[in-house]
Write a new protein. Structure first.
Length: 268
């Protein structure tokens, strides 16, 4: 029998927890130090008592409070867990004092977090079974090296990073990823690029250089999907810049699967 309870009171710090037999989710529209003990209690119950497989802790994940900075620190006891398989953390602080040990974790989503150089690599070493990593609006680090043998899927959104991921086979770059750099991606099989590009002469020039390097770094993949924003960007560039893309795309013709998706609005 599945139990599910949820309270939703908009725009205030509430008790929006959802519990099933294996899942526990907490979503707060604001972060207030007065509720730290409550959050600690929920986390303790979910991770220690209930031993859930899925845990989500999200602060201020709505359009009206994206600029808010939450000072909630993920509790130290939570960095060691053998039952957790899926973890979602949004807008909180990760600062483990000891090594992290999530031996059963297979999927990790980090969003709106400031990280410290070296912490994420140290953390990943404690996730031997991690298969999927998603990073969205992460800042504070400039380089990410992923050495997890089982990590096959990497999703990057709104992040500027140099990424080294030898064993990743599926890569998705979404929305705004300025100055993204890919290195040592020898195992990559499938890549999906759905990037947003800003306009302006200098921005276009920077985007051209970055995109050219990006395409060259994934030229060995078997499956490449370039979505609508890429098409729009190439159309708006000069003929000289288009030739750059054409030269790169010609080198990609040996792929087994190559798709450019575009979307158009219907005029009424």
């Amino acid at each position: 029998m599945e139990l599910c309870s949820k309270i939703c009171l908009p725009r205030i710090c509430r008790l929006p927890w959802s519990l099933t037999e294996e899942k526990f989710s907490v979503l707060l529209s604001i972060c207030d130090e007065r509720f730290v003990k409550d959050v600690d209690l929920w986390a303790s119950f979910a991770l220690i008592d209930a031993k859930v497989e899925y845990f989500a802790l999200e602060f201020c994940d709505d359009e009206n409070c994206l600029e808010a900075v939450c000072e909630y620190k993920f509790p130290q006891y939570a960095y060691k867990n053998t039952s957790l398989r899926y973890l979602v953390l949004v807008n909180c602080i990760l600062n483990p004092k000891d090594n992290m040990n999530w031996t059963s974790l297979v999927s990790l989503l980090l969003k709106d977090l400031k990280l410290i150089e070296g912490v994420i690599e140290k953390a990943l070493s404690g996730f031997p079974n991690l298969e999927c990593l998603e990073l969205d609006r992460i800042w504070g680090i400039h380089r990410l090296e992923i050495s997890n043998v089982k990590l096959r899927k990497l999703v990057i959104s709104n992040v500027s990073l140099e990424i080294l991921a030898l064993y990743v086979q599926n890569l998705q770059l979404l929305r705004s990823c300025p100055e993204i750099r890919l290195k040592n991606m020898a195992s990559l099989v499938t890549a999906i690029l759905d990037l947003d590009f800003k306009h302006g002469d200098q921005l276009q020039k920077n985007n051209s250089s970055c995109l050219k390097e990006l395409l060259h770094s994934i030229a060995h993949v078997e499956n490449l999907e370039l979505r609508s924003s890429f098409k729009l960007f190439t159309i708006q560039n000069s003929l000289k810049e288009k030739k750059i893309y054409l030269d790169v795309l010609i080198s990609l013709l040996n792929m087994q699967h190559f798709v450019i998706l575009t979307y158009s609005r219907l005029s009424m």
